[in-house]
Design a protein around this ligand. Structure first.
Ligand SMILES: C[S@@+](CC[C@H](N)C(=O)[O-])C[C@H]1O[C@@H](n2cnc3c(N)ncnc32)[C@H](O)[C@@H]1O
Length: 207
């Protein structure tokens, strides 16, 4: 057993997230996770959803930790991390039926969040889904005092970080040919939003 990084929140939120992903990713074969962090979510979700090929990714600094979780898990369906900084990603980096990311939108800058939606839109196959978990505001309102405090704490650490408005994320999605399909209320005042990539419009000869 190697000395693996541990994010306690990941242990608390993984089952409620899995309950949603089992529904949203049931028809997917391949998933790209953006910002895998420790890698804990990746091995938990890959083990629970053996029909998926789970591609981890993150900035280089997190790769050793992700690799150590993957090595210990010995699963056939979770892939070593891809180097992916959404702000640097260019060209074709793969094609996936699903994209998943947790707790990243409030860490990335707003231009970075736009880049994340751009990456999701580019890698998703037609009708693929982007599932994004985290704390979000709706209509510019915090969903709780604790989220308001969390936002203040983030901005005091780095002014580019902060809890995002769901409506802004919908605009980014729209610009990347995705439409929001569902919104799940999650424990601890979090949300899980699901956007679906719109396939190319088929000509309707009958109309
Ligand atoms: C709060 S952690 C969340 C980690 C994990 N998803 C979780 O829920 O435990 C934020 C993650 O976003 C990643 N991240 C930040 N900026 C990024 C960028 N520009 N491109 C890709 N990942 C980024 C960080 O490296 C980190 O792994």
């Amino acid at each position: 057993m190697t000395d693996k990084p541990n994010a306690p929140a990941s242990g608390r939120n993984r089952q409620p997230i899995l309950d949603v992903l089992e529904i949203e990713l049931r028809d997917c074969g391949s998933v790209l996770e953006i910002g895998s962090g420790t890698g804990q979510h990746a091995v938990f979700f890959a083990e629970a959803m053996p029909w998926l090929s789970w591609q981890t990714s993150d900035l280089a600094e997190n790769h050793p930790g992700i690799r150590s979780w993957i090595a210990d898990a010995r699963l056939p369906n979770v892939r070593d991390p891809m180097l992916l900084d959404v702000e640097q990603a260019k060209g074709v980096i793969g094609e996936f039926d699903g994209v998943f990311s947790a707790n990243t939108a409030h860490i990335m800058s707003m231009p970075g969040v736009r880049c994340m939606f751009d990456v999701a839109g580019r890698v998703l196959s037609d009708s693929g889904v982007f599932c994004l978990y985290g704390p979000f505001n709706q209509d510019g309102e915090f969903s709780s005092d604790s989220n308001k405090d969390f936002d203040r704490s983030l901005r005091s650490q780095d002014s580019v970080m902060g809890i995002r408005n769901l409506e802004d994320l919908d605009d980014f999605a729209d610009g990347s040919m995705m439409q929001r399909e569902r919104l799940y209320a999650m424990p601890a005042n979090n949300l899980l939003a699901v956007w679906r990539k719109q396939g190319m419009q088929k000509e309707n000869d009958d109309s």
